[in-house]
Design a protein around this ligand. Sequence first.
Ligand code: NCD
Length: 320
Amino acid sequence: MTQTTSFPIFPHRHLLGIKGLTAHDLTTLIDRADANVAISRQLDKKKTSMRGRTQINLFFENSTRTQSSFELAGKRLGADVMNMAVSHSSVKKGETLIDTAMTLNAMHPDILVIRHKSGGAAALLAQKVSCSVVNAGDGAHEHPTQALLDALTIRRAKGRIDGLTVAICGDILHSRVARSNILSLNALGARVRAVAPTTLLPNEIDNMSVDVFTNMQEGIKDADVVMMLRLQRERMSGAFIPSVREYFRFFGLDKQKLGLAKKDCIVMHPGPINRGVEIASDIADGPQSVIHTQVEMGVAVRMAVIEALLDPRRSEGENQ
Ligand code: NCD
C-alpha cells in the first residue's frame, strides 16, 4: 500500500470544514487526490487500502452527485459502503440526528459521511461518535470536499492556484460551496471575488477576505476562473430576486459576459445547474466549461479524504 506512505500524514481525525485547515493540510489532500485521478480512468478501478473498513453515508438531504461520488470513492478503495437515505430511516418516525448516529455508531463504522440541512450538524455528530466524520454539506455552512475538488480542478487546468483571480458568482448567501471555496482559495493564495446582487450576499461578506462586486461585468473582468453558483430557491423564503429572467439578464453567465474574463478563463459550477437561470446552456456545454471535470475530480478527492482520515500511520494519540 504505497499510497499511504508517500504523502504527509493529515493531522485531523474529521473533515468538518475548510476552516481551521492550513494551506499544507489542503495541499496534502489535493496532492493525494491528484494521484487518485488515474485510478478512475483505469479498467480496474480498485485499490485495497480500505479493505475491511466500513463507510456509512448518512444523507438527510437529497443528493445525487455527492452521494454517488462518496459511494464510488469508498468502493474504489475497497471499503464496504452503506447508504442511508433519510426517507428510509427512523428519522421520519421522529428519531433525532444523534439517535440515528449513535445507532449507526454501534455497528462500528470507520467513517461516517453526513449531509444535513442544518449548519453544524457534522460537528455535532463528530462529538458523539467514535469514528471519523466527513461533512458532505451542512446547511449554508460548509462543503469541504466540494472546495477540495474545485481546487484540484483549477490546479490541473491552470497549473497553479496562487495568484489566480477567481470570481464566485451568484447565490453566495445560501451557498456552503461558496463559503468553503472562499476559505480554501484564500488559503491557497488566489484573489477571490464575490459577485452577486446585494440581496444574495451574506452580512459577513466584508469579513471574508473577498473583493465584493454587485455588477457582474465588473466582477468577472479579467478573471482566470468563473465559478457559478446555483440559485438555491429551496432555501429562499420570500423574494431575493425580481424574476428569473431579470436575474439571468444581470447575473447569468452568457457569451457576452464571459467575453470580459481572460481568454483562457475556465467556467465552473458545482451542479446541479439551472440552465438559463445562472448559466446559459452553450456556456455550460462550451469549451471553457470544466463542469464534468469537477465531477471526475470529486471521486478522486473523496478517495483521498477517506484514505487520509483513516491513514493507518495515524495513532489514536494524534487524533484531534
Ligand atoms: C451543491 C450543494 O449541495 O451544496 N451541490 C453539490 O454538492 N453537488 C450546490 C448546490 O446544491 O447548488
